[in-house]
Design a protein around this ligand. Structure first.
Ligand SMILES: [Fe+2]
Ligand SMILES: [Fe+2]
Length: 135
């Protein structure tokens, strides 16, 4: 089965080690979810939600620390996705695995590609300009 997201596609590389590492972990989790059977899927989905939540906190903190001008729209977008993930996560925990699978397969990869190439990439440029490249 082809991977949903190619982990090392350079389009997602931001050049901020911590963020790249967290994105790699996200990609790994999404790809594992795709190929997992239902019982494992139910176990893994909360890990994905938790990982994304932590990752958003990392980015949100970097935006605040570095005085990022587009902080509000980026944080709002993180919150929107988190709300969505929590809603789906509730259904998955009640046994609606197919709903979770549809979300992971049809929605998350496209969202990630778009978000990484737009909002995260703009944030990375800003962080580099402020000397956060090694953070
Ligand atoms: Fe990100
Ligand atoms: Fe982001």
């Amino acid at each position: 089965m082809p991977k949903l997201i190619k982990a090392f596609d350079r389009r997602y590389r931001l050049g901020i080690e911590k963020l790249d590492e967290e994105h790699r972990k996200f990609v790994e989790l999404v790809n594992r979810l795709e190929s997992s059977e239902n019982a494992v899927f139910i176990e893994l989905f909360p890990q994905l939600v938790n990982h994304i939540q932590q990752h958003f906190l990392t980015e949100n903190a970097l935006m605040a620390e570095s005085g990022y001008s587009a902080i509000h729209e980026h944080i709002d977008e993180h919150q929107r996705v988190l709300d969505e993930l929590n809603r789906i996560g509730e259904k998955v925990s009640l046994g609606s695995v197919s709903m979770g699978r549809t979300y992971v397969t049809d929605h998350l990869p496209n969202w990630f590609e778009h978000h990484a190439e737009t909002m995260d990439s703009a944030l990375a440029s800003h962080l580099k300009s402020r000397g956060f490249a090694l953070a």
